[in-house]
Design a protein around this ligand. Structure first.
Ligand code: BG6
Length: 462
């Protein structure tokens, strides 16, 4: 019987701005997420005193984390991916001294995890940065932000050096190409050249964080985080195959720089062909040489590309502008479900880098309805997750080194793309709807017991 390794990390993943709420409590400053009430693709709406949005309370994890962690422990989690809200530590982003109340919150959170033998996997920046750095400095377009981020990273590495040994730099760093405000704090109208310059600054900052982490916590491991958007050619027409190669390189480029420490030749050509001249200093080149220890990525779907203009026109508007795959079914949100693609992606990344891999997000967003007994019978979620985990196990059999699996949103949370609560991912149901109504009470779904069994049997029950 095939099982997962004994030291495999099993758990779930959440992000500060999607669960914590308490958006101005204990000295926290506004983040980009706080001014994007409609989600990561939505417009910036400056806050007016007294207004409120769904994320302001989210699922109130800031106050309810002990109860939630207890439930995660009951499922058998030995790992939880969380993110630190940068604005709890440096409210405006450019302060010298950190906000002690913010630091103290994460101390308590990590202590609670330790009390339940749950290893924290901590993202430094998950889809948010201090709004002050965007307003006053122009976001990642400004080189100065590298220094502010490094200061933040060093502060939290120093503070939590005995509590956190697994770190990630930027969530889905390649997402800046699709959502520049969320990724790099730039307006949607920014030119390609501006976005890639900001991305360059972020890649340098990521490498400086890797260096700092290795210096401050020698026994820690630090990884990157990619949106694993595997792309297939729609047909075997050689032009479609080449198009797919290039689309994949559009996101693999980030991993190439973070794993290999330099820009790949195909990107230099892309910049030349698009008239983009980046400012890359000698110090930047040196900094980039600090490469990551492992690769982490999210996996939700795959898509196809083609050189057929008409089909491409029809595909515009879907999340990554990919053409639907006729062989795959889709979720209620049009995300194409492809478990085998996860095995393929794990093998592709392993062949490319030979670094350990960590699946830090995967899951099904669905509209759950509790039955008469208050139970959500989410067989659709169980089948989605089961099919994906079977493929992870296959990849491990293929020889791929997989460190762990943290499913996205083990407890219902606010969705990133649309800032809604009706898109639920959890094993744990949260009583709150899109209007903000509900008691915030937590309850176990059917999938809660399914995941508990998977973890207890090291995957033998799949
Ligand atoms: C990833 C993000 O893109 O996908 C998460 O890292 C996000 O923050 C998740 O929540 C699922 O997307 P959505 O839009 O369904 O919340």
């Amino acid at each position: 019987m095939k099982t997962f390794p004994n030291d495999f990390l099993w758990g779930g993943a959440v992000a500060a701005n999607q669960v914590e709420g308490a958006y101005l409590e204990d000295g926290k400053g506004l983040s980009t997420s706080d001014v994007q009430p409609q989600g990561v693709f939505g417009p910036v709406v400056e806050r007016v005193a007294g207004d409120s949005g769904i994320k302001d309370v989210a699922i109130d994890f800031y106050h309810r984390y002990p109860e939630d962690i207890k439930l995660f422990a009951e499922m058998g989690f030995n790992c939880l991916r969380v993110s630190i809200a940068w604005t709890r530590i440096f409210p405006n982003g450019d302060e010298q001294q950190p906000n002690e109340a913010g630091l103290a919150f994460y101390d308590k959170l990590f202590d609670e995890l330790a009390a339940h033998n749950i290893t924290p996997l901590v993202t430094l920046s998950h889809y948010e940065m201090p709004w002050g750095l965007v307003k006053q400095y122009g976001g990642w377009g400004n080189r100065q932000v590298i220094g502010f981020f490094e200061h933040y990273a060093r502060t939290v590495f120093t503070r939590y050096q005995h509590k956190v040994k697994l770190w990630l730099t930027f969530n889905e760093i390649n997402m800046s190409l699709h959502a520049p405000m969320t990724g790099v704090g730039l307006p949607e109208t920014s030119s390609k050249a501006e976005v890639y310059q900001a991305i360059h600054h972020q890649l340098v900052a990521s490498a400086l964080a890797v260096k700092a982490c290795h210096e401050i916590i020698p026994d820690a491991k630090i990884g990157n985080m990619l949106l694993g958007g595997l792309v297939y050619p729609l047909t075997c027409k050689p032009d479609d195959v080449l198009e797919a190669l290039q689309e994949n390189r559009a996101w693999q480029f980030f991993g190439d720089v973070q794993c290999r420490g330099a820009y790949p030749g195909y990107m230099l050509r892309f910049f030349r062909d698009n008239g983009i001249t980046l400012e890359i200093t000698e110090a930047d080149r040196e900094a980039l040489k600090s490469t990551i220890d492992f690769i982490s990525f999210s996996y939700y779907m795959t898509g196809c590309v083609t050189t057929d203009d008409e089909l491409n026109q029809q595909a515009r508007g879907n999340i990554l502008s990919m053409v639907p795959n006729p062989h795959l079914a889709s979720s209620e949100w049009g995300w194409q479900i492809d478990p085998v693609g996860l095995r393929t992606l794990l093998n592709v990344l392993w062949d490319r880098y030979q670094k350990p891999l960590f699946i830090v997000e995967n899951g099904l967003g669905a509209k759950d309805k509790p039955d008469a007994d208050g139970m959500v019978q989410d067989d659709y979620r169980i089948s989605y997750l089961n099919d994906h985990l079977v493929q992870v196990r296959e990849a491990i059999e293929d020889g791929v080194e997989v460190m762990g699996y943290t499913s996205w949103g083990p407890i219902d949370l606010v969705s990133a793309s649309r800032a809604e609560l009706s898109k639920r991912y959890g094993f744990i149901y949260v009583d709150r709807d899109d209007s903000g109504a509900g008691t915030l009470a937590r309850s176990r779904k059917k999938s809660f017991y399914w995941y508990q069994e998977v973890i207890a049997t090291h995957g033998a029950s799949l």
